[in-house]
Design a protein around this ligand. Structure first.
Ligand code: NDP
Length: 414
């Protein structure tokens, strides 16, 4: 049968013991939460890795520090205006410096055996597609790429023979649980959600919640955008769409279960009734390490699960009434076409506005829903190239921003 995870034998993924050469790696989004965790692992085995390119955006000081610490060949800020600052910060180090969108694409094209795609948002789509073009291994954290442009993205992965290694903890778990099973013997893939900080909150309480409350994730330490997405459960919706593209699974085979302890990351049910799950403490270094060491495993000195101390692992169905974002994402998954790009664009606008206190928490799903209604024409379009995706994205953003004043200030009950 068809293999779920085609492997490019030339992708530089030979076991470390037989590979004399260090693995050449690049990290797109090096200064972020995933980027830092990736470099934490890399820094523990400096002889095994040769750091080629590190990229960031506004946090130039940290980018320079990381580039020096890991002996990167190239440091790139996506922000053209930060060029001088980065140049000054790296003066005399011999590290090549560049800035701006084109430099970011060039960084993604620098030959590497393994590239971490950890830019946040659809801003990561073009650079990640460049990385895919190398036909080597791409570790994918940037789920928005797949939500917006899943079809063209997966087509490019196949065309260039790249090996796509999921980094999202649920998808890494799914992949681990599915390996060795024929795709048609997989009945359902159930992603778990912590439920976020508002799992037990009433709608009225959520209506009054600001960024301070929404950013307090009970289990995971992550960048701001994905933390807000976790609070609204939009994150789980985005992950359903991500899983659909990554594993070629139809919507009816995908499910979500709330699991407040964040120990079980995914449950894969087979046709014989067996369920395989992957468990680990909520630390992104575990799924990142799985992608970095793949097809082997590496030692990660993080916390181990103590089930006796935990006592119980609990599960509950998500509440679609209090968390409408999950319902919206499911509808988008069924719709297909340009719907993913519209959903993602509206959500990026909404989350940014919420973080700037220009939109209430309930306004996030509200704005996304009205934008989806407003964008029926865009949703009907089929995105055949990254350019098409960006066009839909830009127009949907424009319409979401136009709608923003209507949602700003007006929250619950609208
Ligand atoms: P962060 O916000 O912590 O980091 C984002 C990174 O992207 C930073 O390096 C940032 O640079 C860079 N960046 C931001 N905007 C741009 C832009 N316009 N162009 C180029 N680079 C840009 O995010 P996370 O690390 O939390 O998340 C990264 C991705 O991984 C997201 O898609 C997220 O959903 C996904 N993910 C994250 C998890 C986590 O635990 N954090 C878990 C699972 C998935 P700078 O710092 O200089 O601004």
């Amino acid at each position: 049968g068809r293999t779920l995870f085609p492997v490019n034998e030339d992708a530089g993924l030979k076991p470390r013991s037989s590979a004399k050469q260090p693995k050449r790696i690049s990290v797109l989004g090096a200064t972020g939460s995933i980027g830092e965790s990736t470099l934490d692992l890399v820094g523990r085995y400096p002889d095994d890795y040769d750091v080629i390119a590190l990229t960031g955006n506004k946090n130039v000081a940290r980018l320079a520090e990381l580039a020096v610490q890991h002996g990167a060949k190239l440091a790139v800020t996506a922000d053209a205006g930060s060029y001088k600052d980065l140049l000054l910060a790296l003066a005399g180090t011999g590290i090549e410096v560049a800035a701006g969108p084109k430099a970011l694409l060039d960084a993604a094209s620098r030959p590497a055996d393994w590239i971490m795609a950890a830019i946040v948002g659809v801003a990561g789509l073009r650079p990640t597609l460049r990385a895919v073009k190398q036909g080597t291994a791409v570790a994918l954290a940037n789920k928005e790429c797949l939500v917006s442009g899943g079809e063209i993205f997966m087509r490019e992965v196949a065309r260039h023979g790249a090996t796509l290694l999921p980094v999202d903890s649920e998808h890494s778990a799914a992949r681990q649980a599915m390996t060795g099973t024929e795709p048609d013997k997989i009945e359902t893939v159930c992603l778990t959600a912590s439920g976020g900080p508002f799992r037990t909150w009433s709608v009225d309480q959520m209506a009054a919640a600001g960024p301070e409350q929404a950013l307090k994730h009970p289990n995971w330490s992550m960048g701001a955008k994905v933390t807000i997405d976790s609070a609204s459960l939009m994150n789980k919706g985005l992950e359903l769409i991500e899983a659909h593209h990554l594993f070629a699974l139809p919507p009816e085979k995908l499910d979500v279960l709330v699991h407040p302890q964040s120990i079980v990351h995914c449950l894969v049910q087979m046709t014989d009734g067996a369920v395989l799950a992957q468990l680990s403490c909520p630390d992104m270094r575990t799924p990142i390490a799985y992608s970095l060491a793949w097809p082997e495993r590496m030692y990660v000195p993080n916390e181990r699960i103590d089930l006796a101390a935990l006592g119980a692992l609990t599960f509950e169905a998500p509440d679609p009434e209090r968390f409408p974002a999950l319902r919206l994402a499911k509808e988008v998954l069924e719709t297909g076409g340009g719907a993913g790009a519209v959903l993602n664009a509206a959500n990026e606008v909404a989350v940014a506005a919420f973080l700037e206190k220009r939109l209430g928490f309930l306004g996030i799903a509200g704005l996304v829903e009205t934008t989806l209604v407003d964008c029926a024409d865009l949703i009907a379009l089929s995105a055949d190239s990254a350019e098409d995706v960006y066009e839909i994205d830009e127009e949907a953003r424009r319409r979401a921003r136009d709608r923003l004043p209507r949602w700003a200030g007006a929250d619950a009950g609208e």
